[in-house]
Design a protein. Structure first.
Lengths: 173, 255
């Protein structure tokens, strides 16, 4: 049986649970979040001490895979995004900022899954480019490029949304 | 991309964040218990993990929430620098564990749990386990929740109606015929349910291990036993014996 450094594992878990759970919850919803988060830390145990040495970026990368597996099984990624869009539309907040939210949610649907992942990991989870690189399994320079391209794509898509009549109507309500 | 466009993009994405507020922190003890549960799950035999993962999603989520309670792990197990399976000890603790297990899921509240079988078995950590306890209750979806306690280990598991569909060698022996086992480093635990009119005892044997015999409870039809760690490398053979000592069935059940 594998020798377990339980105290070190508990330390890793305590230190990073919140970040990992938030990362997971944002992508699979609260219903499946605990299950997927548990899976992340089970993998951490199996890959000990690699997980301990690599820390949070490693956990993010593992969570990324676990989420992909979950969503592949559930085929809910696009469904989740549609909900996101619906929630943005149904918001009672009529400020310009909320209008941008509608535009952004629609624009996100036009991006590839990878582009959305990159943008949301930075915007929602506050990942650094180095952490993003760990999640994507690429160099920091490549992560920089991917983030830049995704930002540019979203910008273009948001501008296109701005020009749509229904979007304009939405914003001027 | 202009700075203002970047600012607008950042602000819009932040607004879309489904978790704008920090999620509530677990308290420290709960965190450690969860970590202990995960460790215990990771340490258990792969077959046990597959059992856990074969449960319905609500059941798995519930297990995750229950943390260490599910396997009877004590916080002391971590404090000692290693994982220790704590002795559950006593009906009160079992009942409390059961409440925790069933209290949050309407599917699991169909019936009051009751002691359905007691038994003995063997374990590598002691000369024998003399007081195995099996507590069970049917669930609303036709499955069962069971609590198996005794020796140095304890296990709570809920099976859905689908899980408990007759699909084991015991299926032909009446009742809701199934068995499950789980593994620790000390012993493999087995329990099941048969028609007590048809089956009086179940014998479990393995290569290089003394066989153990479980007596079927005459009232409930449940049985429970444990056999000293077989390391899952050697197959377990289950033999069902009728009240008149006829062998009704003898079949390999694991690994």
């Amino acid at each position: 049986m594998q020798d377990i450094d339980a105290e070190a594992f508990a330390r890793l878990y305590t230190q990073h649970l919140r970040a990992v759970r938030s990362y997971v919850t944002r992508r699979v919803g609260p219903g499946a979040a605990e299950e997927v988060t548990s899976e992340v830390f089970l993998v951490a145990w199996r890959r000990w001490p690699e997980a301990d040495v690599a820390g949070l970026p490693w956990l993010y990368a593992t969570a990324h895979h676990a989420i992909s597996n979950h969503l592949r099984g559930e085929r809910r990624y696009d469904q989740a995004l549609q909900h996101l869009q619906a929630a943005a539309r149904s918001s009672p907040d009529e400020t310009a900022a909320s209008a941008d939210r509608v535009v952004a949610s629609q624009a996100l649907l036009e991006l590839s899954e990878q582009e959305r992942d990159v943008l949301l990991a930075v915007a929602w989870d506050g990942l650094t480019v180095a952490e993003l690189a760990a999640v994507l399994g690429c160099s920091t320079a490549t992560a920089h490029v991917r983030l830049h391209r995704a930002r540019r794509r979203l910008d273009t898509a948001m501008r296109a949304q701005d020009r749509r009549p229904d979007s304009t109507m939405e914003r001027s309500r | 991309m202009t700075p203002s466009a970047k600012h607008r993009q950042d602000a819009a994405l932040r607004e879309l964040d489904p978790l704008p507020l920090p999620t509530a922190d677990h308290d420290h003890e709960k965190l450690q218990q969860d970590a202990a549960w995960l460790l215990a799950l990771a340490e258990t035999h792969p077959r046990t993990r597959s059992l856990v993962h074969s449960h319905s999603r609500p059941a798995r989520r519930q297990r995750a929430r229950r943390g260490a309670v599910a396997l009877g792990l004590a916080l002391a197990g971590l404090a000692g620098g290693g994982v220790a399976l704590a002795t559950t000890g006593g009906w009160d603790q079992i009942a409390a564990s059961w409440d925790d297990m069933t209290g949050h899921d309407p599917q699991r509240q169909a019936a009051t749990p009751q002691m359905v079988a007691r038994g003995t078995g063997t374990s590598s950590s002691a000369t024998g386990i003399t007081d195995l306890q099996l507590i069970a209750a049917p669930t609303a979806d036709g499955g069962q929740c069971v609590h198996l306690g005794g020796g140095a280990s304890t296990q709570d598991t809920c099976y859905s109606g689908q899980d408990t569909a007759p699909k084991t060698p015991l299926a032909g022996l009446g009742g809701q015929a199934f068995y499950q086992s789980y593994f620790t480093s000390q012993a493999d635990y087995l329990w099941g349910h048969v028609d007590p009119q048809q089956v009086a005892t179940l014998r479990v044997s393995a290569t290089d291990r003394d066989p153990v015999t479980a007596t079927v409870d005459r009232t409930t039809g449940y049985w429970v036993t444990s056999i000293i760690d077989t390391n899952a490398a050697h197959p377990l053979t289950l033999t069902a014996i009728a009240p008149d000592s006829r062998t009704l069935l003898s079949q390999t059940i694991a690994p």
